[in-house]
Design a protein around this ligand. Structure first.
Ligand SMILES: [Zn+2]
Length: 297
């Protein structure tokens, strides 16, 4: 009789300990990343970084996922807001360390208000360019309401999330006649992987970047987000020769009225034997890297 009686409390203690350990483990899972990385998104693991080129129709939206947090570059159109939200939610995104809105055109900032109103955006990166559109007003109102940091895009400025470094390469001038040339151009580096996000930067901005960076090898990248949806306003041969990408990603809507991407630009990419990836044909496109050659998922 004595043995079972002694065992009974021991078993209870065991159960309680198990419950306590389970509870602590659960708390650890939930709160440890928050304490370490100050975010609660389900991040990627194992030293992997992901580059998502999200299908938002005729527009741009890209997400860089690291172990320490997420970076969004553009937010698609007003009409693709729901698709963008569904995509980000499916990945478990809750916090965005940096949201870059490359220039104030609707096909890049249409979903900016949704992003700011839905997720915990810590810092917004903007060029010194304005617009009179309702879309731009909604974005600025949402930035004010979010009370997040605002970083003005200035060449050579860098920001980091974990081991991933973003360098702002453009805009270089302070005044352009074409709004596209205000596009914030970001080079993202993770180990030996480099990805160039060009927004809608046109040949004038490309020429400025060539002038400023070509002898430093700064433009040399593995993946190029094709400038201005593959339009012939961008992707000058001289620029491509400096970037020498392996992959060109074209973020473009099927049957768009602009006839993007232009045949001439596709031919230019093909002549350079670039691997061409298009969101109108493939949907969202994801590359992963552990610091070496990036590979397509
Ligand atoms: Zn655009």
């Amino acid at each position: 009789m004595a043995k079972p009686r002694r065992k009974q409390p021991k078993t209870l203690v065991g159960v309680m300990l198990t419950l306590l350990i389970t509870a602590l483990a659960a708390l650890g899972v939930i709160f440890v990343p928050d304490m370490l990385g100050n975010h609660t998104s389900a991040p990627v693991s194992g030293g992997e970084v992901q580059f998502h080129f999200i299908d938002v129709g005729q527009g741009d939206a890209a997400l860089i996922r690291t172990e320490k947090g997420d970076i969004l570059i553009d937010a698609g159109t007003n009409s693709s807001e729901d698709e963008l939200k569904a995509y980000l939610d499916s990945l478990g995104v809750t916090d965005i360390e940096y949201a870059v809105f490359t220039h104030p055109h609707e096909d890049h900032i249409g979903g900016a208000d949704m992003v700011l109103n839905t997720y915990n955006v810590k810092c917004v990166v903007l060029p010194d360019a304005t617009a009179t559109s309702k879309t731009f007003e909604r974005m600025m109102d949402a930035i004010e309401a979010e009370k997040c940091d605002v970083m003005e895009a200035v060449p050579d400025k860098t920001f980091k999330v974990g081991e991933l470094t973003c360098t702002i390469l453009a805009p270089i001038s302070t005044s352009y006649t074409e709004t596209n040339n205000y596009s914030v151009v970001i080079r993202a580096d993770y180990g030996d992987t480099s990805v160039l996000f060009t927004g809608d930067a046109e040949v004038d901005s490309e020429a400025e970047m060539l002038n400023r960076y070509q002898f430093k090898g700064t433009l040399d990248c593995d993946i190029l987000k094709a400038g201005h949806h593959g339009s012939d306003t961008s992707s000058s041969q001289a620029f491509l020769d400096a970037v020498t990408p392996v992959h060109a990603v074209i973020s473009v809507g099927e049957g768009n009225t602009y006839d993007h991407p232009k045949q001439e630009i596709l031919a230019r990419y093909e002549a350079m034997k670039l691997e061409i990836h298009r969101t109108d044909k493939e949907g969202s496109i994801v590359f992963t890297s552990t610091g070496g050659e990036p590979s397509k998922q």
